[in-house]
Design a protein around this ligand. Structure first.
Ligand SMILES: Nc1nc2c(c(=O)[nH]1)N[C@H]1C(S)=C(S)[C@@H](COP(=O)(O)OP(=O)(O)OC[C@H]3O[C@@H](n4cnc5c(N)ncnc54)[C@H](O)[C@@H]3O)O[C@H]1N2
Ligand code: MOO
Length: 410
């Protein structure tokens, strides 16, 4: 870990890693609940799921064809086909009991139970397709095209351990072993609130001095990508009382709150002014760029974690990647830590302020990363052109072209 630094203005900066450690020490996994499978995508399993039955549940055919005794057709060939009487027609889902006697065949469909006595299925392509008698032109090995009961899953087998994120294939195995519901850690509910008197919702006319509110779109998108539910609260102006009021009314539906803006040094900083006096939310300057001003703590009776991110759009997004996303991982019951990095060669020189860890926006292509033009923390356009953050450590101020750097793919 790096020591806090003292930049020119004499303020001690908090190390990035310590800020994340404090956040991860505060947030807890959400409370598990039973959910219908249709609601379970993106949740994390909170029980070991065992199968009450074998899968497949019974020996069944892998192909459309004829169930036979392999020894009866052992000599079959193109020039000397073996002709057998077709006694039955077994379709998938047929619950009756069939048997194939010596010297006989039954027509069988993919997924249908293999009749007693039969030990091989001859694909229809190896035959003349007859329905009364069938001419078989090729000899199957015993066991050919038969899917054995329990070859995929044994009864009592754990098919999914607790802690498994539920994706489409996991929904499939849950349904496949007959489960309608599962005990899961649900997707955390995240309320996103923007602050600023200059903000106008996109789609409305823009008056002088105003800008379109974009952070809540970035942050709600990032929240959803992180496996959580996002709720956008109406943006609030610069009044701390209004902010507190709005926050209170949102807490009922929040496992986490994210605000953006209003945490810096200006004359109107509603988030900081409203929350700092509570004593449960800390406002720090973190040794990073962008994203230096950060608030984090808990609010309300239920001690809901709150992230007060800086308002600059790039700062808010970078802060999400570094701090909120790992917190959401922990709340979802997943391993949580700093974002993963990969090595890359940088194709242009980089500069970074002393004492701060920089997260420069770049385009990663294979193992080469190019910084985008426009590294200001207000530059939404440049952020949208990037697919990676280039990490420059606190003690490095210049990186030459061709150097190896660590990169966070976005
Ligand atoms: N004297 C100082 N000024 C500033 C400092 C400082 O240390 N001393 N820190 C700067 C840094 S670094 C950042 S980052 C910003 C953080 O400011 P706030 O969190 O208080 O955010 P605002 O002032 O409300 O907004 C900053 C900037 O971002 C735009 N913004 C805000 N919210 C949105 C939104 N939802 N959608 C789009 N754009 C938004 C806002 O219009 C401002 O341009 O403070 C620096 N100043
Ligand atoms: O640290 Mo602020 O977040 O430049 O942009």
């Amino acid at each position: 870990m790096h020591d806090p630094r003292r930049p020119g203005d004499g303020v001690t900066l908090k190390p990035v890693d310590r800020h994340l450690e404090e956040i991860l020490a505060t947030v807890r996994a959400v409370t598990p609940l039973e959910l219908d499978l249709d609601q379970a995508l993106g949740t994390v399993l909170a029980e070991n799921v065992t199968s009450p039955l074998p899968l497949p549940p019974f020996d069944n055919s892998a192909m459309d064809g004829y169930a036979v005794r392999a020894e009866d057709v052992a000599g079959a060939s193109e020039t000397r086909p073996v002709v057998l009487p077709v006694m039955d027609d077994v379709a998938a889902g047929d619950g009756r009991t069939y048997a194939v006697g010596r010297g006989m065949a039954a027509r069988i469909m993919t997924g249908a139970p293999v009749p007693g006595g039969a030990d091989a299925v001859v694909p229809v392509e190896w035959t003349d397709g007859g329905t009364v008698r069938v001419a078989i032109r090729r000899a199957p090995e015993p066991g050919n095209a038969i899917r054995r009961a329990g070859e995929d899953v044994r009864p009592g087998q754990v098919v999914l351990p607790a802690g498994t994120p539920i994706g489409p294939a996991q929904l499939g195995i849950l349904a496949g072993v007959g489960r309608r519901r599962a005990r899961v850690l649900p997707r955390p509910r995240v309320v996103v609130m923007s602050t600023g008197a200059e903000l106008v919702p996109p789609g409305e006319p823009l008056a002088p001095g105003k800008i379109y509110e974009s952070n809540s779109y970035t942050l709600c998108g990032a929240v959803r990508q992180a496996g959580a539910e996002a709720y956008r609260a109406e943006a609030v102006t610069d009044d701390p009382a209004v902010f507190l009021d709005r926050l209170e009314s949102q807490l009922v539906r929040a496992d986490v709150v994210i605000t953006s803006g209003g945490v810096s040094m200006g004359a109107y900083e509603p988030v900081k002014e409203a929350l700092a006096p509570l004593g449960t939310v800390r406002f720090d300057k973190v040794a990073m760029q962008p994203g230096m001003p950060q608030g984090f703590g808990v609010v309300g009776e239920d001690r809901v974690p709150i992230f007060c991110l800086p308002g600059n759009p790039v700062s808010a997004f970078v802060s999400f990647v570094l701090f909120v996303r790992p917190a959401l991982d922990k709340m979802r019951g997943l391993p949580a830590g700093p974002p993963k990095t990969v090595p890359a060669t940088v194709d242009a020189p980089l500069r970074s302020p002393k004492g701060k860890r920089s997260f420069l926006r770049g385009v990663l292509d294979g193992d080469v990363v190019s910084p985008v033009r426009g590294q200001g923390s207000h530059q939404l356009g440049a952020l949208a052109a990037a697919n990676a953050l280039i990490v420059v450590p606190e003690d490095v101020t210049e990186v030459p072209k061709g150097a190896t750097v660590r990169v966070i793919p976005l």
